[in-house]
Design a protein around this ligand. Structure first.
Ligand code: MF3
Ligand code: CO
Ligand code: CO
Length: 282
C-alpha cells in the first residue's frame, strides 16, 4: 500500500477586505475564550447560517473528487464557495494553518493540508470545513471515496457516519457529556475499530474552540452536564487499526502510527429541549 506523502503547497489564497475575519487571523493564536457554552438564540441563528455554508462548501468540494484531482484544487473550490457566500474559511491563518479546509487522505486522521498530491482511485478522503460568518463559526466534516473504494474502506466510512449519528442521538439536556463518547466507542468496538483519543469534539460558537471538550470514547471524567442551548461539535475519527497517532514534520498532518486508514464525520449541534439540532445542515 502506498502511503500518503507531503507535496508542495500553492501560494496563500486571498480574502477580500470586505469579509470580516476571526480575531486570531494575523496573530499567533486565538485569545482565550471566556464566554459560556450556552449560546443566545441570536448566536445560534447565526451559527445555522455559518454551518449551512460550511456544509454546502463540502458538497461543492465533493463534486470535484476524482482520480488525478489535487487536494489543493478541492481547497480552491471550497475557498471560493465560502467567499462567494460572505464567509471566511476559519482554518486559514488559524495558529498558522495555511489553507481553507483540511483534506485527510487514507491513513491521515485529520488536519491534512491540501497540497499538490493528486487523488488516486480508491483513496478515502475526509474534507473538514469551518466557516466564520457574522461573528460565529460552523464546523463540518465528511468522508468520501475517490473512484472505486474497497469494501473495508466503505464500511469504515459508513460506520463512522453511523457512530457520529449515534453520538448525536445520545445528546439530551441533563445527561453527562461522556454519554456521547460511550455510545460512539461501544459502536466502534463492535467492528474492532480504533477510536482516536488525541483529537476531540469541542464547544464552538463565537470562538472556533471554546474549551469545552467532547470525547469520542468513554471518558469517565467528562461529567459536565449537557444543557439546553449548548453548541458543540461531535466529530469521531475511527481507524481500521490502532487509534494511536503522530504528527508529520509540517506540525499539522496527523497519521495513524500503524498507517491504518481513518475516517471522520463531524457536525456542529445545538442542544434543544429534547435532543440536538444539527447546525451544519443544508
Ligand atoms: N475543523 C477542525 C476541527 O474540527 C479544526 C481544524 S484546525 C486546523 O476542529 F487548523 F487544522 F485547520
Ligand atoms: Co471541529
Ligand atoms: Co472540523
Amino acid at each position: 500500500m502506498n502511503l500518503v506523502e507531503p507535496y508542495p503547497l500553492s501560494p496563500k489564497r486571498d480574502v477580500p477586505a470586505s469579509i470580516s475575519r476571526p480575531e486570531y487571523v494575523g496573530r499567533k493564536g486565538p485569545k482565550p475564550y471566556r464566554g459560556t457554552d450556552v449560546q443566545r438564540p441570536e448566536t445560534i441563528a447565526k451559527m445555522r447560517e455559518a454551518g449551512r455554508i460550511a456544509h454546502l462548501a463540502i458538497k461543492e468540494g465533493e463534486k470535484v473528487i476524482a482520480p488525478g484531482i489535487t487536494t489543493d484544487h478541492i481547497d480552491q473550490v471550497i475557498h471560493e464557495y465560502i467567499l462567494d457566500h460572505g464567509g471566511y474559511p476559519s482554518t486559514l491563518g488559524y495558529r498558522g494553518y495555511p489553507k481553507s479546509c483540511c483534506t485527510s487522505v487514507n491513513e491521515v486522521i485529520c488536519h491534512g493540508i491540501p497540497d499538490a498530491r493528486p487523488l488516486e482511485d480508491g483513496d478515502l478522503i475526509s474534507i473538514d470545513v469551518t466557516v466564520f460568518k457574522d461573528g460565529v463559526h460552523g464546523d463540518n466534516c465528511m468522508t468520501f471515496g475517490c473512484g472505486t473504494l474497497d469494501q473495508k474502506s466503505q464500511d469504515l466510512m459508513n460506520r463512522t457516519r453511523e457512530a457520529m449519528e449515534r453520538g448525536i442521538k445520545a445528546v439530551k439536556p441533563g445527561r453527562a457529556i461522556n454519554v456521547i463518547g460511550r455510545v460512539i466507542e461501544a459502536y466502534a468496538n463492535r467492528f474492532g475499530y480504533g477510536v482516536v483519543r488525541d483529537y476531540t469534539g469541542h464547544g464552538v460558537g463565537t470562538a472556533f474552540h471554546t474549551g469545552l471538550v467532547i470525547f469520542h470514547y468513554d471518558a469517565p471524567g467528562a461529567t459536565t452536564i449537557i444543557k439546553e442551548g449548548m453548541t458543540f461539535t461531535i466529530e469521531p475519527m475511527l481507524t481500521m487499526g490502532d487509534y494511536r497517532s503522530h504528527v508529520w514534520d509540517d506540525d499539522w498532518t496527523v497519521v495513524t502510527n500503524d498507517y491504518s486508514r481513518s475516517a471522520q464525520f463531524e457536525q456542529t449541534i445545538h442542544v434543544t429541549h429534547t435532543g440536538a439540532e444539527i447546525l451544519t445542515a443544508p
